[in-house]
Design a binder for this molecule. Structure first.
Ligand code: KG4
Ligand code: ZN
Length: 363
């Protein structure tokens, strides 16, 4: 079947066409990013995001159909992110999708944004040759570490589309902490890639000896599987306030970025492994924008290999880690597979009942 996926929950206007049967083939993936617009403000401004989505949604959809060499009439399904996210941004996508569902007479499914991130793992299981990690075939139960700008969760899946959140952040999400630390260090927006790039430049031998800061690993030893990153970000802020010279020395900034990134990775890896010991998953997966982080990808892989060698490890192609519409179309496919004939007919005739929810729960 041919599925049009759409995504406008934050600062990316994205459309994709996939062909999904036994396997998923990506026919097109168009992403119009608003990064340069929001960079000026140091974060996403919801109304500006909505204005940009409005400008780009139709051209992006048209481009996705053209690149896939299909007509709208060839489509079997439209899948759209209907939450969680920024309401003004979400509404542009859901209203466009509802209109197209009605005009084109195609069934419409609302997809939870995080469900999309999780299903990015199912898009293609063959890694590019560049990747250091060889993906395992996904077998249930799955334990998925979701790390994005808005979420940090450990999600247990006994089967497709079944989610139990066994741990989550009590304050900032991991990506949010990366973004805030980047702002403190003057590295720009979005912070994750900037902090990771600065950390990569760290050279122990020539880094100023003064820059020996050891940051906390929050909740590393707590018995539950929850996280907290707000204190870690504050520790970076206090370090810089105590020693403002750090900001003038690129190598000290690199050292601090490296220590911050390692603190985040240490906590994420330790908690994921501890949850895996309790829940015994056959596969551990990584999902969300922070899953593009090379250190997290490789260190989690190494830890699983060492501590839980029988457990498979799967991560999304780095191109599908950050927001895109392929993942939404893929999740739409798995939802469609589980629906009865009546539910499928309802998805066609009740397009106007699709609700948009900024705080949509994963279920
Ligand atoms: O999933 P995503 O694209 O959007 C949300 O659903 O929130 O995630 C965006 C987050 C941002 O906080 C960004 O800084 C972070 O993912 N991110 C990274 C990297 N690439 C993106 N964090 C660490 N390292 C990266 N390489
Ligand atoms: Zn996302």
């Amino acid at each position: 079947m041919l599925i049009l996926g759409l995504e406008t929950s934050c600062d990316e206007t994205a459309a994709s066409v996939i062909k999904a049967n036994q396997k998923i083939t990506v026919l097109s993936s168009i992403v119009s990013s608003q990064i340069s617009l929001h960079a000026e403000w140091g974060g996403v401004v919801p109304n500006l995001a909505a204005r940009e989505h409005l400008k780009h949604i139709l051209p992006v959809i048209e481009a996705s159909l053209t690149e896939a060499s299909i007509e709208a009439s060839d489509l079997d399904l439209i899948a759209i992110t209907n939450g969680p996210g920024l309401i003004p941004a979400l509404l542009i996508g859901t209203n466009a999708a509802k209109t197209l569902s009605y005009v084109w007479q195609k069934p419409l499914l609302g997809i939870h944004h995080i469900e999309g991130h999780i299903y990015a793992n199912f898009i293609d299981q063959i890694r590019s040759q560049k990747s250091k990690v060889k993906n395992a075939t996904i077998k249930f139960p799955v334990l998925c570490l979701v790390v994005s700008g808005g979420h940090t969760q450990l999600v247990l899946m006994k089967d497709h589309l079944q989610y139990e959140i066994v741990g989550q952040t009590l304050d900032d999400a991991a990506g949010e902490a990366f973004d805030k630390v980047a702002r403190i260090l003057g590295l720009g927006y979005p912070g994750g890639p900037a902090v990771a790039a600065a950390a990569k430049k760290y050279q122990p031998k020539i880094t100023a000896t003064k820059m020996q800061t050891k940051l906390p690993r929050p909740m590393l030893n707590s018995k539950n599987f929850d996280f907290s990153f707000s204190g870690l970000k504050t520790a970076v802020l206090y370090t810089v306030r105590k020693n403002p010279k750090i900001l003038q020395e690129k190598r000290s900034v690199s050292a601090l970025c490296r220590e911050f990134q390692q603190a985040v990775v240490d906590v994420l890896v330790a908690k994921t492994l501890r949850a895996a010991e309790k829940y015994n998953p056959k596969t551990i997966m990584l999902a969300g924008g922070v899953s593009a982080n090379d250190e997290l990808r490789s260190q989690l892989g190494l830890a699983i290999k060492k501590e839980l060698p029988k457990t498979g490890y799967c991560l999304p192609n780095a191109g599908y880690s950050i927001d895109n519409a392929v993942m939404i179309a893929a999740a739409g496919f798995f939802r469609w597979q589980k629906m009865t004939g009546t539910q499928r007919r309802t998805a066609l005739v009740e397009w106007n009942k699709l609700a948009t929810d900024a705080n949509l729960k994963l279920k």
